[in-house]
Ligand binder design. Structure first.
Ligand SMILES: [Zn+2]
Length: 238
C-alpha cells in the first residue's frame, strides 16, 4: 500500500552540483525518476551547455530536462543570461527527446516568446507550479504542454489559479508538491512532502465537480503520457 496513494515521484534537479544526489535517489528506487537542469534562480554557478545536459540526460532514469525557465520576480536587472540558459535547456530537450519542466514567474511574454522561437512544441513538457492566468495556460497547452498545480491551488486567495484548474482540459493537468515549499491547506506554512499532494488532487476535483479518483487516475495517466521515458512499475496500476 502506498502512503496517501502516491506511487511514483519525479525528483527535479536545480543545479549541476546537486545532480549526482538527485540521480542517486532515482537509481535507488524503482518508482523514482529524475530530471537534469539548472534553475533560473541560481546566479554565478556552473552554467550548463547543451552538450553537458545531453550527456547527463543519457541515463534511463532521467526522464525530463529542467527545471528551467524565467523568473523576473526573484531576480531583477539584466537577465539576458537567464534567457540564454532557458534556450540551452530547450535545445537539449529537443536533442534528447525528453520533455521540459518549465518554471515561469512574472515573465509570461518572454517565456512564451522563447518557447516559440526555440520551437519547444517539438518536445513539449510541463509548466510547473503554475501561477499565471488562463490565457497563458492555453497558449502553453497549444504548444503541447501540460499545466501542473501545486499547493497554491488550495490557497483561498489564489482565485486565478483556481480558475485555470477549473477551465483547462483534464488530460492536460498534472499535480505536484514543489516540496519542501508550498504545502497545501491544511498544512500551509509547514514543510511540504509528497504525501500532501493528495490535497492538491482533492482541490482540483472539488473545483471541477468530479471525484478525487478521477483526478488521481487522470494525473497518473498524464504523467506517463508526458514522461515517456518513465516506465510504469506495477504500483502505477494499483
Ligand atoms: Zn519552480
Amino acid at each position: 500500500m502506498h502512503v496517501e496513494k502516491v506511487s511514483h515521484a519525479l525528483c527535479v534537479s536545480v543545479t549541476l552540483d546537486k545532480f549526482p544526489e538527485v540521480l542517486a535517489l532515482a537509481e535507488q528506487y524503482d518508482n523514482f525518476y529524475a530530471s537534469v537542469g539548472v534553475h533560473p534562480d541560481y546566479e554565478k554557478i556552473e552554467e550548463p551547455t547543451v552538450e553537458a545536459l545531453v550527456r547527463l540526460a543519457n541515463h534511463p532514469k532521467i526522464v525530463a530536462i529542467g527545471e528551467t525557465g524565467l523568473d523576473y520576480f526573484r531576480l531583477t536587472g539584466d537577465l539576458e543570461w537567464q534567457r540564454e540558459r532557458f534556450r540551452t535547456h530547450i535545445r537539449a530537450a529537443i536533442a534528447t527527446q525528453k520533455p521540459l519542466i518549465i518554471h515561469t514567474r512574472n515573465a509570461p511574454d518572454d517565456t512564451l516568446r522563447i518557447m516559440a522561437e526555440e520551437e519547444a512544441h517539438k518536445i513539449g513538457g510541463v509548466m510547473h507550479c503554475f501561477t499565471e492566468n488562463l490565457e497563458m495556460a492555453l497558449a502553453a497547452i497549444d504548444m503541447g504542454f501540460y499545466i501542473s498545480f501545486s499547493g497554491i491551488v488550495t490557497f483561498k486567495n489564489a482565485q486565478q489559479v483556481k480558475e485555470v484548474a477549473r477551465s483547462i482540459p483534464l488530460d492536460r493537468i498534472l499535480i505536484e508538491t514543489d516540496s519542501p515549499y508550498l504545502a497545501p491547506v491544511p498544512f500551509r506554512g509547514k514543510t511540504n512532502q509528497p504525501g500532501y499532494v493528495k490535497h492538491v488532487a482533492e482541490e482540483v476535483a472539488k473545483l471541477r465537480g468530479i471525484t478525487f479518483e478521477a483526478v488521481a487516475k487522470a494525473t497518473t495517466h498524464n504523467f506517463f503520457e508526458l514522461f515517456k521515458h518513465a516506465k510504469a512499475t506495477p504500483a502505477a496500476c494499483n
